[in-house]
Design a protein. Sequence first.
Length: 138
Amino acid sequence: MKYWLMKSEPSTWSWDQQVKVGTKGEGWDGVRNYQASNNMKAMKKGDLCFFYHSVKERDIIGIVKVIKEYHPDPTDKTSRFGMVTVVALKPLKKRVNLDQIKDDKRLNHLALVKQSRLSVMPIDLKSWKIICNLGGIK
């Protein structure tokens, strides 16, 4: 299993919307950056992802699980990009803000800090555990 972080603007797709779709999940569409797309291509069914509200909030809100691997994105008229389908697993007990992550020297290497515009990125297991701990979950 691998670990990831996926960003969404709450005004476009929020944690609450993700939860409301239930067990059928939702396609993570609209990604048009090649690096982010390649990260989604590497995702496997069962991988876990932090759900991050970007722009104004800049918080990790919860955890989603990949339930369908990379497949065509119907919002892409060029057919160059795809998506994965994810389902909400659980919210964090405490949101983890980007400032908290930046202030934690153990997390300075993350793409979230170094490549702030990247919308889908890998998270190593050690960092995953640190962030889960900051969020009040094990």
